[in-house]
Design a protein around this ligand. Structure first.
Ligand code: ADP
Ligand code: 5GP
Length: 199
């Protein structure tokens, strides 16, 4: 009994002294520049790790399994849901996307800061489970600019473009629930704003 008490006390002392990382969540409509800002943040914050999500979406040209996403089947995604492996997951633009709990927890426990780039539904699930998470919303200067960026990226067919632009209006209405809102107009200023929030 005493041994258990001593062990428990020792563990809690270690836990108190251990520095766990911070969790940052980046959201915003498709084409607003999240991926661009994320890459800049990762290049400039050595302690920051990106959590690679799982998705049922098909890889775009140039995307590699395990790099941008873990591209998995619907059956596998359902299996992960049943086994409660996800910290959060959501149905976004007609596909499923989810963050693996173990990945995030291991990185935070090893003292790394972790960045998630996930949709608004997922972000709110994370905030509910981990209120200390810092939610950052990336907004476009205007819907016209968003349309130009998404079209200019050249990754979506007409149907996917429509779905993403229609969803953008709904996503923008969530921005007041976030801790920070970055308007991605001038890229350099937006990168600097994100860097400051993270550091
Ligand atoms: P998301 O990850 O949010 O879907 P991306 O990072 O892929 O968006 O950006 C969409 C497109 O907009 C890309 O072609 C990117 O180079 C461009 N872009 C991102 N930020 C800016 C900016 N501030 N000014 C002009 N173009 C930008
Ligand atoms: P895309 O298909 O353009 O890569 O991503 C579409 C949307 O899915 C984006 O809003 C992106 O942030 C979101 N997303 C990517 N990974 C996840 C995830 O793990 N969980 C949730 N909820 N959304 C995600």
């Amino acid at each position: 009994m005493n041994a258990i008490l001593i062990t428990t006390k020792a563990t809690s002392v270690i836990a108190q002294n251990m520095k766990t990382g911070k969790l940052f969540v980046l959201s915003g409509p498709s084409g607003v520049g999240k991926g661009t800002l994320r890459q800049h943040a990762l290049n400039n914050a050595p302690n920051l790790k990106y959590s690679i999500s799982c998705t049922t979406r098909k890889p775009r040209e140039g995307e590699t399994d395990g790099v941008e996403y873990r591209f998995i089947s619907h059956a596998k995604f359902q299996e992960y849901i049943s086994c409660e492996l996800f910290l959060e997951y959501a149905h976004v633009h007609e596909d499923y996307y989810g963050t693996l709990k173990a990945d995030v927890m291991n990185d935070l426990e090893s003292g790394h800061d972790v960045l998630l780039e996930i949709d608004v539904q997922g972000a709110l699930q994370v905030k509910e489970k981990m209120p200390e998470a810092v939610l950052i919303f990336v907004a476009p200067p205007s819907v016209e600019v968003l349309t130009q960026r998404l079209t200019g990226r050249g990754t979506e067919n007409a149907e996917s473009l429509n779905v993403r632009l229609n969803n953008a209006i709904g996503e923008l209405s969530y921005k007041d629930k976030y801790d920070y809102v970055i308007v991605n107009d001038d890229l350099e200023s937006a990168c600097e704003e994100l860097r400051r929030i993270i550091l």
